[in-house]
Design a protein around this ligand. Structure first.
Ligand code: AMP
Length: 113
């Protein structure tokens, strides 16, 4: 997607603070961190949101969830962390490229909404 900021980050057209990359997955530090560790994990292939996951692309979500424990370990999150994806208008998704937030490095608030 030519107008997608995360596609541009993956392509190296916009700088990012990369923490992990493989053939399917890219992860980088959130520009506006909400916790001491705040990493975004995205599929390299453009999927608009969790609502766009289907039988053809769900293997990419599995790849993301294989990467998450590796990233968490590298970030020192042995005491736990939170994984969030915001979806659509009511979910307050601001970037329309599927991404999972990894938040950690402190005790997080326990409310979900
Ligand atoms: P969401 O609101 O769930 O769509 O999350 C989008 C996230 O992307 C926000 O936490 C932003 O701070 C983050 N973000 C937006 N632009 C950039 C960027 N260029 N580099 C790193 N993080 C970004």
């Amino acid at each position: 997607m030519s107008d997608c900021i995360f596609c541009k980050i993956i392509a190296g057209e916009i700088p990012s603070s990369k923490v992990f990359e493989d053939e399917a997955v890219y992860a980088f530090r959130d520009i506006n961190p909400m916790a001491p560790v705040h990493v975004l994990v995205v599929p390299k292939e453009h999927i608009p949101s969790a609502d766009g996951v289907n039988a053809e692309n769900s293997h990419l979500v599995a790849r993301i969830f294989e990467a998450i424990p590796k990233i968490a370990a590298a970030e020192g999150l042995a005491n736990g962390y939170r994984v969030i994806t915001n979806c659509g208008e009511d979910g307050c998704q601001s970037v329309k490229h599927l991404h999972f937030h990894i938040l950690g490095g402190k005790k997080l608030p326990d409310q979900m909404a």
